[in-house]
Design a protein around this ligand. Sequence first.
Ligand code: HEM
Length: 496
Amino acid sequence: MHISLSDIFIASVVLSCLAYLRRRKHGLPYPPGPKPLPIIGNALDLPESHLWLKAGEWSKTYGDLVFLKAFGQPMLFINSYDIAFDLLERRSGFLPYGERMRKYRAMFHKFFQPIVVPEYHSIMENEVLKMLRGLREDPEQYDKHVRRFPGAVVMKNVYGYEVKNVVKNENDPYVAMGEACISGAFDVEDYLFLDFFPWMRFLPEWFPGASFIGEGKKMRKLSRAVQFDAHNMTKERMKKGEAPICMTTVLLEDHKEKDGNVSAEEDLHIASASAIAYAAAVDTTASTIMTFILAVLEDQEIQRKGQEELDRVLGKGCLPTFADRESLPYVQAICYEVIRWEPILPLGLVHATSADDVYNGQFIPAGTMVFGNTWHILHDPVRFPEPDAFKPERWLEPESEHGPIPVHKVAFGFGRRICPGRHWADNAVFIAIASILASFNIERAKDANGMLIQPTHNYSAKTVRHLDPSKCVFTPRTSKVVDTVRMYSMQQRYES
Ligand code: HEM
C-alpha cells in the first residue's frame, strides 16, 4: 500500500472537519486544553517522553480533564481519581472491548483471581528462595535475579515449566526468548505516535523515521516464537503424560471438542492468552521490586524499620511466609508505597471511547484516546503530602476522607480493563520484598576512593518503566539465612 504525504494531509483535514461538524451538532465545547494549531492541532504540545508529567502540568491551567487533538486524533487526559472512576468505571462508552479480549480476560480471570492466587503461594515461596540464593552468590547481577523471580513463577503457572540455571551466566532458553520479546515489544510500543497517528502503520519501511516498522516485524516473529515454542512444549509434555497442571493444560482440556481435539482457533487463543499473561507479569513485577531496592538505597531507615518489624514478629534469621503477612503492617506499607512512589505504568494502558459522550457539559467524541494519569493521581499533594518522598507511614495512618486513595484502586488501572494480574502481583511483590528485607542489608557500594556511589533513578521512559540497577552491596543479615539458602541450594543440586 502506497500513501503519500498529501494523502496524509488530506486525511487530517477531513478528520478535523468531521469532528468539527459532530461537535457543532452537539453544540457543546470540548473539555479545556492547550490551544490547537490548524491541521496539526496539538502535535507540538506533546513531549517526546514523560507524557504523564506534562499531562499533570496541564491540569494546573486546564483542570483535571484535559483535551487535545493531534492531526485530528482526539486525546483526553484524566488527572483526578473521581473523574477516572466516573468515566472509566461507570460509563460503558469507555469500554472498547473486542470479543477476543473478552475471551482472554475470562482465561486470565480463571487463573489469576483472588481465590486461585493462594494456590501459587508455595511456588512463589520456593522461587523467592532461588532469588535469594542468586542475590547472595551473584549480587552484581541483582537485577537479573529479581527479574527471574516473577518470570519463573509465571512460567510455572502458565506452562508448568521449571526455569533452570539460577546462578552462572547462563539463561534459561525460554526466559531469554521471552525477555528479548518483552523488551522489544515495549520498545516498539513505545513509539507512542503509532497510537496517535494510526495511519503511520501503513508507511513503507524506507520512509524517513519509519525504521520502527522493521523492528516491529522482527519482534512479531520473536513473539510468535515465544507464544508457540512454550505452548507447543507444554502440549508435547501433555502427550507424554509429563505436563504438570497449569494454565495451558487446563485450558486445552477445557476446550477439547467431541473428537478430543482442540480447534486451531481455540489453540491460538490459548497460546495468545498464556503469552500475554507471561509478558504482562514479568516486567511489571520485576520493576516494582527494583523500585523497592532503590527506595532502600535512598533511605536506610526504611530497611531498618522493616527489618525491626520482621525480627520482632518472626525472630531474626527467619524467612517470612504468606501466613505472616497480616502481622507485618510496616512491610505491607512499604509494598504499597513502592507501587505509589514510582508507578510503573504511569498512564495505565490507553483506553478509547466507542461512542460520543458528554461529561459535565463537555463533548467527548467517539474514538478519543483516554489516559488515566496514574502518576498524577498518586502524587496528589493533598492526599499524599510530600508526594515525592518515600513514606510507608502514610499507609499506617487511620483512614480519612482526604487520606491516601488505596493504591490498588489506581495503579492497576480502572474499569473492566483493570489489570487481571493485580492479585498475583500483590502477592509476588509482598513475598519478594519481605524476604529480601529479612535476608540482606542492602547498602550503596563505594567507589575506588571509598566514596558512596549514588543510586540511579534512571527509569526508561517506556510504557512499562524499567529501572537500571544501582551499584550496591547485599550483605546477608545472619548466618541462619545463609544456611537456609545454602541448604536449599544443596537440595536443588541433589534434585537435579
Ligand atoms: C506490579 C505489577 C503490575 C502492575 C502495576 C500492573 C498494572 C496494570 C495496568 C495499569 C493495566 C492497565 C489497566 C487499564 O487498562 O486500565 C494492566 C493491564 C493488564 N495487566 Fe497488569 N500489572 C501488573 C502485573 C500484572 C500481572 C502479574 C499480570 C499477569 C497476569 C498482569 C496482566 C495484565 C493484563 C493481561 C492486562 C491487560 C488487560 C486488558 O487490557 O483487559 N499484570 N496492568
